[in-house]
Design a protein around this ligand. Structure first.
Ligand code: ADP
Ligand code: MG
Length: 740
């Protein structure tokens, strides 16, 4: 059995007689198997993405609270961080700040004296703490008008009987992110129990996957020690060391994965597609506008890629409205004229139609057959020769496609998964997909490998501004082209931060714009009010609930503010059909005001919209705000963006300052990275990057070192024959990255 390098304290004794289930528990067991986790808790865990024992063990604390040295209350001094131990003498909640926030005040006393405690926005505290409770508190001492007080301290209730995870009151306490009503105190207990069982029972679980050399090079703790120490550290240094181990493990996996993908691409064949310079010149001259330098440069890079005999994997990044479509059209034209077919995909039907219209418009002079394949309408339109439209059945398109009679086929992302067969597909273009075609490429690669055939080149496009540094780390297997300038003649969007009292004025302004036949977007951070957030009383008290929601705003605006206008809503939980209809109606100005979440289709072009209102701006990252703002100002008329905030926080103001000043999405993205860290980039889910790795991504020197190390390991052992566990883990990692 594994020799454990740490001591369990005596309170372990009473787990011995827990249900027999625990004896057979291993890492892959579902959490249902853990005693004391019933259906309600399972549901909460599931919301956090915790399904198995392993997920639970890998649910790491956010920070630690040092409860080892208690200060005497009488000797507290302002501006110091302290832990105190005492009894609750008073406690009471009330509403503050025009009833937006719960204010909880308490007094805690020990033998030496008593001190005031203040919490903001934590209505549940009065449910947990009562007069007479023994508590320990840790936090910062502040100087108020009426003396010293502890500001928003974390706390622990001390129970008379020995309780799970509570046995050791002094020392470092893990603090977990408190979401879904799972308290740190409770998590601490359950994780301790489960982890002890796992470490004691299963011999084959929790095996080291990192190569010796890597552990040594970075001086990392072995897995089994790190996993214990990250939850229940003996010292802050050990906690930090454990954290570092997991962060580097994730980074190592990412880098190894990326390198392996790159090697795979280099080993795969593709048809080289030669650049036809006179053709491209003719095309560029035929455009009604002049290409920007950034567009030229990107097009050149893409065309150069296509000439290679292994598949391109390039990401074209450019702000909304920067003109990516025309760059894609250049690549498509060159490919089609060289005798290969092109598949062009976008996430929604309405976007594919937009592309079809635009691309057909640009390319019909070049005598190409361009088809639109829409799932439900089951027909195509081909713009051919002089530009007349031909309707055809879906079956007919598929037939023509297989025969190579369609040069450019435009459809949704499902195109490639569908039964669509090409005669000689040369290039796949994917628009506005966050995963940048990883999935599609995996499929293409697999097919190419199975049949030992050349595979198509892949070009993905995104309007999400990812700082180059970050993109190269995460997607090091991609080549990157950036369109970092907007076409000439675009008007600057007038952006204003609006305090609550300015709200009515903005609404009046919107009415004026709609009178001029313009349209408005109103973006809210949430779809519906927080679901079942406890009793009605509690809901009323929670500041989180005050965040604007799409459903409530739509009601309010259409009834109270714009009763004469057509107000509609759009969000990710609606059916695709409904969404399409709303987008179509908005596009054709049958809707005046659209209330939506930030997930409204990114690429959609509504040049007629001139006002963008963003509610609860504190909930959005800068780059995201900037992107939302980019949905207006897409024509030559003046557009406006209003940022609504209730937050008096200095940080909010500072942050918004940046967006008022800057119109450069990349600059804002770098700022976001600086202020909030990479984890905030449009949601982690989008990136599929584990939290811990995200934090270390900020340290580019470290990332580079890890990359070099991964490279060295792969050079010696390209198929990881000596590292079967690592190989296995990478495979799972790959699946996760691809299909998350
Ligand atoms: P996005 O990068 O958001 O996909 P689009 O390709 O849809 O942007 O381009 C937005 C609009 O700008 C389109 O109407 C397009 O015709 C126009 N456009 C593209 N490039 C230029 C340019 N260099 N000068 C002027 N207008 C341009
Ligand atoms: Mg686009």
């Amino acid at each position: 059995m594994r020799k454990l390098e740490w001591k369990f304290d005596s309170s372990w004794g009473h787990f011995e007689n827990l249900s027999a289930n625990t004896k057979t528990m291993d890492l892959s067991s579902p959490i249902e198997k853990v005693p004391r986790i019933g259906p309600t808790l399972q549901k909460r865990f599931r919301k956090l993405g915790i399904k198995t024992v392993k997920d639970l063990i890998y649910h790491f604390p956010q920070r630690y609270e040092d409860f080892s040295n208690f200060s005497k209350i009488a000797s507290l001094a302002a501006k110091t961080n302290v832990s105190i131990r005492g009894k609750i003498l008073e406690i009471k909640s009330s509403l503050a700040w025009r009833k937006r926030m719960t204010l909880t005040k308490a007094v805690v006393g020990d033998k030496s004296g008593a001190v005031k405690i203040v919490w903001f926005g934590k209505p549940y505290i009065t449910d947990n703490l009562r007069i007479g409770n023994e508590v320990i508190m840790a936090g910062k001492v502040s100087q108020g008008k009426e003396g010293l007080y502890l500001n928003n301290p974390s706390y622990e209730k001390i129970f008379p009987e020995s309780d799970l995870g509570q046995s050791k009151v002094a020392g470092l306490m893990p603090v977990y992110p408190e979401t879904e009503k799972l308290s740190s105190r409770w998590l601490r207990g359950i994780i301790r129990q489960v982890l002890a069982q796992i470490l004691a029972i299963s011999k084959n679980d929790l095996q080291e996957i990192l190569p010796e050399s890597f552990l040594k090079e970075f001086n990392l703790l072995p897995l089994s020690k790190a996993v214990w120490q990250i939850h229940f550290p003996d010292s802050l240094e050990l906690a930090e060391k454990s954290r570092k181990r997991f962060a580097l493990e994730e980074l190592f996996l990412i880098e190894t994965f990326v390198l392996k993908e790159r090697i795979k691409l280099l080993q795969t064949k593709a048809h080289p597609i030669l650049m036809d310079v006179p053709l491209i010149k003719r095309f560029v001259e035929s455009l009604p506008f002049k290409l920007t330098n950034a567009q030229r440069k990107s097009a050149w890079q893409i065309l150069k890629d296509l000439e290679k005999s292994h598949p391109t994997n390039r990401l074209l990044e450019g702000e909304v409205g920067s003109g990516k479509t025309v760059v894609a059209a250049i690549a498509a034209l060159n490919t089609a004229k060289a005798g290969f077919q092109v598949a062009m995909m976008a996430p929604t039907e309405i976007l594919t139609k937009q592309h079809f219209k635009e691309v057909a418009q640009m390319l019909f002079k070049f005598k190409l057959t361009i088809a639109l394949l829409t799932g439900k309408e089951d027909k195509i339109m081909a713009k051919k020769l002089k530009g007349e439209m031909i309707e055809a059945s879906r079956r007919k398109i598929l037939e023509k496609c297989l025969k190579g009679e369609i040069d450019i086929l435009i459809g949704t992302h499902a195109l490639i998964q569908d039964k669509v067969k090409f005669k000689n597909l040369g290039l796949v273009i994917i628009d506005e997909q966050h995963r940048f075609g990883v999935e599609q490429r995996a499929k293409l690669l697999k097919e190419g490998k199975e049949k030992d055939l050349p595979i198509p080149h892949l070009l993905s496009m995104t309007a999400t501004p990812i700082p180059r540094s970050l993109a190269l780390t995460i997607y090091g297997d991609l080549d990157l082209s950036i369109i970092d300038e907007l076409p000439e003649g675009r008007r600057k969007i007038i952006t204003k931060v609006v305090p609550p009292k300015g709200r009515q004025k903005v609404y009046d302004f919107i009415k004026g714009q709609i009178g001029l036949e313009k349209q408005a977007f109103i973006i809210c951070p949430r779809i519906e009010p927080a679901s079942s957030a406890g009793s009605p009383k509690r809901r009323q008290f929670t500041s989180w609930d005050r965040v604007k929601t799409v459903s409530e705003e739509k009601e309010r605006l259409s009834k109270e503010i714009f009763p004469d206008l057509k107000v509609a809503m759009l969000h990710g939980r609606m059916k695709p059909k409904e969404k399409e209809k709303i987008m179509r109606d908005f596009k054709f100005n049958k809707i005046n005001v659209l209330v939506a979440t930030s997930v409204i289709e990114v690429g959609i072009d509504i040049p007629n919209a001139s006002v963008m209102v963003i509610e609860s701006v504190d909930r959005f990252g800068l780059a995201q705000l900037h992107q939302l703002r980019g949905r207006v100002g897409r024509s030559s008329h003046q557009s406006y963006c209003f940022l609504f905030t209730d937050s008096p926080a200095q940080k909010t103001k500072q942050r918004l300052e940046a967006i008022l000043k800057s119109v450069d999405g990349f600059e804002l993205a770098e700022k976001d990275l600086e202020i909030r860290g990479p984890g905030e980039f449009g949601g982690k889910k989008q990136w599929g990057i584990p939290d811990l790795a995200m934090t270390s991504l900020k340290d580019f020197a470290l990332v580079e070192k890890v990359k070099q190390s991964a490279k060295a390991i792969l050079e010696k052992d390209p198929y990881l024959k000596k590292q079967p566990l690592l190989k296995q883990r990478l495979k799972r990692f790959q699946e996760k990255v691809h299909f998350e």
